[in-house]
Design a protein. Structure first.
Length: 144
């Protein structure tokens, strides 16, 4: 958080412009790009690693299921002519069931991953806003 605060302070300081007038109090104007700050923060890498760790098991399960389907399809294509009709039908149904299971799990994985990324991004954006507000208040910048 301290490193993050310094990064935002530096960003505000580098993008600020001060105008002075002898007759009136000086107004401080700064341009801050929260999205750029979020891309450059150390927390971004931590969030990415955290989400990768959180979804690693499900990702590996999908990979395993995909390889299993591929192996079954290869076996079916190779041995279809030599298989009994009942075995052929059974294997085709097994493949269809596994493909349906794969699609369902992949869709759930993608939705959950997208939702979690959104949650973490929102948390980070709120933290950026809080730091920007704190710097603005401390340094006397007006927020618009």
């Amino acid at each position: 958080m301290n490193m993050f605060f310094k990064a935002v302070t530096l960003a505000v300081a580098l993008t600020s412009v001060s105008t002075f007038s002898a007759a009136e109090k000086a107004d401080k104007i700064a341009v801050v790009f929260p999205s750029k700050i979020m891309q450059q923060t150390p927390q971004r890498e931590r969030i990415i690693k955290q989400l990768e760790k959180e979804f690693k098991g499900r990702y590996e399960e999908l990979q395993k299921l995909g390889k299993e389907i591929s192996t079954l399809e290869t076996t079916l294509n190779r041995d279809a002519e030599m298989m009994a009709e009942s075995d052929l039908t059974s294997m085709q149904r097994n493949i269809e069931v596994k493909v349906s299971e794969y699609k369902l799990k992949r869709k759930a994985f993608e939705e959950d991953n997208r939702r979690r990324q959104g949650e973490e991004q929102q948390k980070a954006l709120n933290m950026v806003r809080d730091v920007i507000n704190a710097v603005a208040e401390k340094e006397g910048y007006d927020l618009f």
